[in-house]
Design a protein around this ligand. Structure first.
Ligand SMILES: NC(=O)c1ccc[n+]([C@@H]2O[C@H](COP(=O)([O-])OP(=O)(O)OC[C@H]3O[C@@H](n4cnc5c(N)ncnc54)[C@H](O)[C@@H]3O)[C@@H](O)[C@H]2O)c1
Length: 439
């Protein structure tokens, strides 16, 4: 099939490469000419494991091309919309870019073609998509379906190839055939399939993200309860997770959830429920829990330092919102960095791949080119991202360069004994009452 993907970001590039790998011919368009130019030259502007190699292969096979031309060619059977839906001033996902792109595509694509919206939509999104269909009567427009993406950054290509599920939503009855055709395209992936009305499918996506945020927030509140009672949150999480009704995934405590999806959607669902006049105290509390947790982490570091945070240097290890990505959107590490600075600390961050994106997001953030450089002269080390390289740091050597002795590990990435053997003080989120033994 001939595909036209709009938006060459995390979702667009993964979708384009994934469909090319399934044998389709894909042209990717982006409004950012510089991005298209570098993709044409085989350079991927984001860090996503395996993506660049796979992209080179598909370019070489002639199945993947990039263009600044926003108009799909006449052979294009399916246009896939992967543009951003940032949070608007009203707290809901803002879909004006999606509406604009869908409107333009609907104006030029023939009625037997289809538009697939991969971007995450607000709950009222499907109703608004029907309106801008290029001003053409409903019977004359291309089919429009929603097909939210559930991939996780850091393993996006693997998730495309083996999705937990494929959800396809039709706007109206006449879009059902297109939904079935799209389902056929995904058939080789053997994934559980949901084909339903678009309103339900949009809520599947929102609820999935919010539920993941809920599990993380739950684990983080438990971690602070463990700190207060001397329990170990990993034991508690394992104990919970063995129950198949609960599951262990997303119960690791840490500095809070981040990324482009979970924080915005945890905030958005609170606004959606209020807008619909639905009393939903649980759904409204998830974003607040995450924010509170990050403030508490800053307070914890302050309490752990003998003279507080004023005039201290804090080495912040990890800036990406999780390992294996350079994405710093809503990264808890950056929130913690701002919190520490607001209380008088100088923060020097280091991330194996996200230094540049972090500085782009927070120009005041100082970064170092290695963990050792960040730690040199520091009063405390705060581990904020679970990069594997932080598990094998040379603590005896690093200890000699530090001014203070605190290592605060929010991710349980560092081996406590390695830190204490170097004469340093290890404190792990959710395990502070527990003797320092590696798990
Ligand atoms: N990143 C994720 O993990 C993830 C997962 C699931 C769903 N989503 C959703 O997918 C959508 C895209 O997210 P992303 O992370 O890929 O975003 P992104 O910011 O990485 O990429 C978006 C791309 O769209 C381009 N763009 C913007 N306006 C355009 C226009 N009018 N025409 C053409 N290109 C345009 C931008 O230049 C950018 O390259 C969002 O709705 C997001 O919520 C993201």
């Amino acid at each position: 099939m001939e595909l036209f993907v709009v938006g060459a970001g995390y979702v667009g590039l993964t979708t384009a490469v994934g469909f090319a790998q399934l044998g389709h011919r894909v042209t990717v368009h982006d409004i950012d000419a510089g991005r298209i130019e570098s993709l044409q030259a085989g350079r991927v502007p984001i860090f996503e494991p395996g993506l660049e190699d796979a992209l080179h292969q598909e370019q070489a096979r002639g199945r993947l091309a990039f263009t600044t031309d926003a108009t799909p060619g006449p052979a294009v059977q399916m246009a896939v919309v992967c543009v951003p839906t940032p949070i608007g001033l009203d707290g809901l996902l803002d879909m004006w870019i999606v509406e604009d792109v869908v409107g333009r595509l609907a104006a030029v694509l023939a009625p037997d073609r289809m538009i697939v919206v991969r971007s995450t939509l607000p709950l009222g999104g499907p109703d608004r998509l029907e309106r801008p269909a290029g001003g053409r009567p409903d019977s004359d427009r291309p089919a429009i379906v929603v097909n939210p993406e559930f991939m996780a950054e850091g393993r996006a290509l693997a998730d495309f190839a083996a999705p937990s599920r494929v959800a396809i939503g039709y706007l109206s009855a006449r879009d059902r055939d297109a939904a079935a055709r799209l389902a056929d395209l995904y058939a080789p992936l053997n994934a559980p399939l949901i084909v339903a009305d678009a309103r339900s499918v949009v809520l599947v996506k929102l609820a999935s993200n919010v539920f993941l945020g809920l599990k993380i927030a739950f684990a983080n509140e438990l971690a602070r309860l463990c700190d207060a009672t001397g329990a170990d949150v990993a034991v508690v999480a394992d104990g919970l997770g063995f129950d198949p009704r609960i599951g262990r995934a997303f119960l690791n405590s840490g500095p809070g959830f981040g990324g482009s999806c979970l924080p915005e959607q945890a905030a958005a669902i609170a606004v959606e429920t209020a807008r619909c006049d639905v009393e939903a105290p649980l759904l409204s509390a998830i974003a607040t829990s995450n924010t509170t947790h990050q403030q508490e982490l800053v307070s914890t570091v302050e309490r752990l330092l003998p003279r507080g945070l004023r005039q201290t240097k804090i080495a912040l290890l990890g800036l990406a919102f999780k390992a294996n990505t350079d994405d710093v959107r809503h990264s808890p590490a950056l929130t913690v960095a701002r919190g520490l600075r607001a209380r008088g600390a100088k923060v020097v961050g280091y991330d194996p791949v996200a230094n540049a994106t972090a500085q782009g997001a927070d120009p005041e953030l100082e970064t170092a080119s290695s963990a050792a450089e960040a730690i040199d002269g520091s009063d405390a080390v705060v581990v904020a991202t679970e990069w594997p390289e932080f598990a094998s740091l040379d603590w005896p050597a690093l200890a000699t360069t530090m001014r203070g002795d605190l290592v605060y590990d929010t991710r349980r990435t560092v081996a406590p004994d390695a830190v204490t053997a170097a004469g340093l003080r290890y404190v792990g989120l959710g395990r502070s009452g527990v003797p320092a033994t590696p798990r």
